[in-house]
Design a protein around this ligand. Sequence first.
Ligand code: C5P
Length: 237
Amino acid sequence: MHRDDELPLIMALDLDTLADARKTLNLVRGKLDYVKIGPRLFALGGVHFVKEMVDYGFKVFLDLKLHDIPNTIRLAVEAFGGIGLWSLTLHAAGGRRMLEEAVAARDRMGSSMKLFGISVLTSFNEEVWSEATPGCPMEEALRQRAWLCDDSGLDGVVCSPLDLPVIKDRVRPGLLKVVPGVRLTSLGDDQTRIATPCQAIKNGADYVVMGRPIYKADDIESAMNVIGDSIREGLKG
Ligand code: C5P
């Protein structure tokens, strides 16, 4: 669980350049504790940029959704475990051995980096899912993958806000739920399984992940205020 004085909001920095990301963060400084770095900014700025964010005081969520054979994942986790990350994502589709190797590698080195498993991408709907994964209902995969993340010893699972009630009875209450696909109002974009920050928190999200609703807002500071109010409303229960 996040600290009481922190807003459980992770801002996804899916911006074009490192300079754009720095500019946006200057506007939200003091209102935000967590940032998510994805493949683009990691490709541009690498570990150097991660360390810059850590030095600014942000907790960095590196969302690379690693999915590979267990040995390759072990080697990667050993390298990522030493760069000051708050958390790293792995894809639950990689299976138990991959997930367990990651946890063991992290624990062996005494790193505090959290490991979160991706269940089913929030951009999937049934049609897109069944095209890529025929013969398995999306909801069944979601429940099974959430359970697998928990049973393999990960710290948390990433899922859509609408998935939270579906996985609730399959995972222990302490498994952190990190929830993208959060919108104040629909933007008509690629996120299909969405809810408001308030609804996501009420449904059991420990952290909400939001990118475009913040960095594409006409007024970033006021968007942050509205999102903060919605999260706080959700925290009231
Ligand atoms: O801009 P938006 O609010 O849609 O950003 C959501 C972020 O969460 C993106 O960076 C996306 O890669 C990430 N994410 C997601 N669905 C998942 C896991 C991560 O949307 N299942």
